[in-house]
Ligand binder design. Structure first.
Ligand SMILES: [Zn+2]
Length: 83
């Protein structure tokens, strides 16, 4: 299970469904994952299982074996840094 206390700031970690953006090659997938989120600093903690799944999806994206995902629009990269 996830640690209830944030190791970075000592804040309370609450389990939430969060959006995780995964990049593989030029493609991007937005996943909904369970994560522990620190209420104080916003740091996210993933379980080993979730982390492993994210890595799997990342490599699937690279290899384009993405039948499980459907396109919902394009993701653009703005070329310069916004300051
Ligand atoms: Zn924290």
């Amino acid at each position: 299970m996830l640690t209830p206390i944030c190791p970075l700031c000592g804040g309370e970690v609450v389990e939430k469904d969060v959006e995780k953006i995964v990049k593989g090659g030029n493609d991007v997938a937005i996943l909904r994952v369970k994560a522990g989120v620190c209420e104080k600093c916003g740091e996210r903690f993933y379980t080993k299982e979730v982390h492993k799944k994210i890595e799997e999806i990342r490599s699937e994206l690279k290899q384009r074996t993405t039948e499980l995902y459907k396109p919902i629009g394009r993701t653009y990269v703005y070329e310069s840094v916004i300051e």
